[in-house]
Ligand binder design. Sequence first.
Ligand code: ATP
Length: 238
Amino acid sequence: MSGQPLLTVKGIDAFYGTSQALFGLDLEVRAGQVMALIGRNGAGKSTTMRALMGLVPAAAGEIALAGRTLSGAPPYIAARRGLGYVPEDRQIFTAHTVEENLEIAEKPGTDGRRFWTIQGVYDLFPILRERRHGAAGRLSGGEQQMLAIARTLMGNPDILLLDEPSEGLAPIIVDQIAEVVLSFRRAGLTVLLAEQNMHFCLRVATDVTVISKGVSVFRGDVEAFRANDDVKRHHLTA
Ligand code: ATP
């Protein structure tokens, strides 16, 4: 079940220097949706996430969160306003312990509540409890991805932005991450997920936005996406 539009993106352009990556991109994420952003390599999925977080300026268009504009906001404001970003390269503090990474990230949500606790994220990822006193840099790739997600949860976000969470991970770990995203879905947490792994997307997502060459070319629920061979043929196969 999904509710009101939580995140609305209308017509954003984004550039790296003079090179344009997004061309009037539209996106809408409703409360409770797990929205998969699917596209080929270089389609603009990561750039969309970076534009939402204010890490790449949106040169045109509008970004609104819960009806309030977010356009032009720097990353710390985007985070304070409820966006929880798990970047593709995870950016954990490798010299700090697992638990320190979690403590540093702890903050109340936009409603002032502290839903997620260290024990709560350890229950979600028991391996992190076992590794809590070890340096984060010594974790495996999969454990680092779990820590990156757990750390973002500690900020009690209204929307979780996951950039390629399955990338480079062994199938058994991808499976565990998929189960965790499914648990978010059951709990009604809103998620925007950028993924290349179609199997992962179709397993966890409620809705799909297809992005091709910096433009959104399809929006619909997972069933509509499955049924649309045209969009798959033209925008997703090599
Ligand atoms: P991938 O799955 O490969 O990360 P993506 O869909 O996330 O793909 P983006 O990383 O958003 O795509 O890239 C969109 C376009 O912007 C591509 O043409 C890419 O080459 C370009 N681009 C991305 N990052 C940079 C950067 N730091 N500097 C210059 N161009 C960039």
